[in-house]
Write a protein that binds this ligand. Structure first.
Ligand code: CA
Length: 226
């Protein structure tokens, strides 16, 4: 996957920025570093990037402003905020400004690469519009809402990601391994029952109130939506 992907990294701590940029390059990505908000704006407008890594506290324009600006110009590009502890209080706050995820500094490169991989993979998944409709359920990626039979269903970020994975692959059985990789960014089965627990959370919200069920289990193989 690396190689063809160009990443915009916005970080005003030049030493840290260069370290991250060099790590990205060593993994085979094209990576460009912007060291302030104005430079980042110009670079984003003049280039085609696959993903953005965005610091929050920046000269001239904050990461928040940039995130909104980038999102206005490109609805689909994955944006991962690089946050110092305490800058972002929860994922909802990051989502509200249009970010896909955030990572708290200092972080391990292994963790950063795992997330980059997940988002690049996700961005490559076929998606023709900003929403998916399965029967009487509509999932909207832009405002992260799920409506079933006219009723707004509140999901946590993980539940939403899990539902999107199933819905984007309608009728395909998704293994627990694949769910672990794509929803939890883990490339191994942790041996815990996390996935079963989240599937049951989803069923309680998505299926329980309605007569026809959308989430199905294929015992021994995984889960699918139909
Ligand atoms: Ca900063």
């Amino acid at each position: 996957m690396p190689g063809k992907h160009k990443i915009l990294l916005v970080e005003d701590e030049v030493k840290l920025g260069k370290t991250i940029r060099d790590e990205l390059i060593s993994k085979g990505f094209f990576a460009e570093l912007a060291v302030d908000g104005l430079e980042a704006s110009k670079m984003f407008a003049g280039n085609s990037y696959s993903l953005v890594l965005l610091d929050i506290n920046l000269p001239y324009k904050s990461g928040y402003e940039l995130c909104r600006e980038f999102r206005d110009q490109n609805k689909k590009i994955p944006i991962i905020m690089l946050s110092a502890a305490g800058e972002i209080h929860d994922k909802v706050e990051a989502f509200n400004i249009g970010a896909d995820d955030y990572i708290i500094k200092p972080f391990h490169f292994v963790e950063l690469f795992a997330r980059i991989k997940v988002f690049l993979k996700r961005a490559e998944m076929p998606s023709t519009s900003d929403r998916i409709i399965v029967e009487d359920m509509e999932i909207n990626f832009l405002n992260k809402t799920v409506i079933r039979n006219g009723i707004n269903i509140n999901l946590t970020a993980k539940e939403f990601t899990l539902l999107v994975l199933l819905a984007r692959n309608k009728e395909r059985v998704i293994s627990k391994q694949e769910i672990m990789e794509k929803v939890w960014d883990l490339s191994f089965d942790t041996g815990t029952n996390t996935i079963e627990v989240y599937i049951s959370f989803l069923r309680n919200k998505i299926d329980k109130p309605f007569p026809n069920k959308l989430i199905h289990t294929k015992p021994g193989f995984g889960y699918y939506i139909k």
